[in-house]
Design a protein around this ligand. Sequence first.
Ligand SMILES: *[C@@H]1O[C@H](CO)[C@@H](O)[C@H](O)[C@H]1NC(C)=O
Ligand SMILES: *[C@@H]1O[C@H](CO)[C@@H](O)[C@H](O)[C@H]1NC(C)=O
Ligand SMILES: *[C@@H]1O[C@H](CO)[C@@H](O)[C@H](O)[C@H]1NC(C)=O
Ligand SMILES: *[C@@H]1O[C@H](CO)[C@@H](O)[C@H](O)[C@H]1NC(C)=O
Ligand SMILES: *[C@@H]1O[C@H](CO)[C@@H](O)[C@H](O)[C@H]1NC(C)=O
Length: 275
Amino acid sequence: MHLPSRTAWSLLLPLISLGAVANAADSGIIEVDLLFPRNETYAPTEWMPFVFSIRNGELSKHLNPFLDYRGWNTSDLGDGGFDHTFDNIKWANWSGQDPYFVYHFRNDLQTEGTWWLDWEYFFLSCKEDYTKQWGSGKPVFLNSTSRRITFTIKEGGQAVDLVAATANDKTCSDQNIAAINITGKTGYAPGAPRELPDEICAVVGSPEPAATPCQVKVDSAVAASMTASLRAKLCDPLRTLNPPADCPEDSAAQRLAVAGVVCLAAAAGVIGFLA
Ligand SMILES: *[C@@H]1O[C@H](CO)[C@@H](O)[C@H](O)[C@H]1NC(C)=O
Ligand SMILES: *[C@@H]1O[C@H](CO)[C@@H](O)[C@H](O)[C@H]1NC(C)=O
Ligand SMILES: *[C@@H]1O[C@H](CO)[C@@H](O)[C@H](O)[C@H]1NC(C)=O
Ligand SMILES: *[C@@H]1O[C@H](CO)[C@@H](O)[C@H](O)[C@H]1NC(C)=O
Ligand SMILES: *[C@@H]1O[C@H](CO)[C@@H](O)[C@H](O)[C@H]1NC(C)=O
């Protein structure tokens, strides 16, 4: 085993005492990736997936984060676009789920078109001296990272396949990733806004750190659990008026199937959010 020399130790010591202030467990880089769609052309599909991943998600527990996207028809940039907000991520159980997949399917993208997809990750943060500052000026900031990619739906485009699409690490740009540098957290902050119920606020470094996109893959087990949760939703009589013909008929069997999906989703480290 290689031990650091005395000189190395003396260099390390100041770092260790700094670490006591910014606890290692409270600092690090959160990465949010848009995994799908990418800057590509896809064949029309009944249920189009929108898939993000969050790495180091447990660092976001004091950020009150949410994630949203909006699609714009590039031909008219009109009101006819589409959007979705994932606000559930603020209540996520990150335990054992890194990366954490955030996804959603939509069935209103079956006609040809080219879309701008704007996506944004919102978070709260505070200055380090938050408690001292309280009552003087604005202590809590709402910041967001904004990104835009373009994708096309066209007959003859590639089939929608999450495993194949995310296996390719050449189809992303800096518009597919956002990184948040958590440097610490504030202590007890009396009178914190209701968005920070435990009255602790994250401290976020700027500028935004550089990050490498296209690193997170969706493997076939994760893709299958996403499809299964879509199917469970489509077959749930409480959520769907016209279930597909091949849903299990018996409602007890159906409940079992849903429970199975939940277990599979948990095992694969996936939580889905459906339309
Ligand atoms: C998207 O793909 C098109 C066609 O392959 C290419 O010309 C363009 O530069 C790409 N844009 C980005 C942001 O990667
Ligand atoms: C979070 O998930 C872990 C692992 O699956 C589980 O043990 C724990 O009970 C969960 N926590 C909550 C609050 O649900
Ligand atoms: C996009 O806008 C153009 C121009 O208004 C329209 O003809 C086309 O149908 C729209 N595409 C989609 C997929 O809505
Ligand atoms: C958040 O917004 C505030 C106010 O605009 C700005 O001063 C701060 O640098 C931003 N923080 C980050 C991490 O972007
Ligand atoms: C994160 O922020 C801290 C404090 O501003 C800085 O020292 C560190 O280099 C930043 N990390 C990255 C990866 O940018």
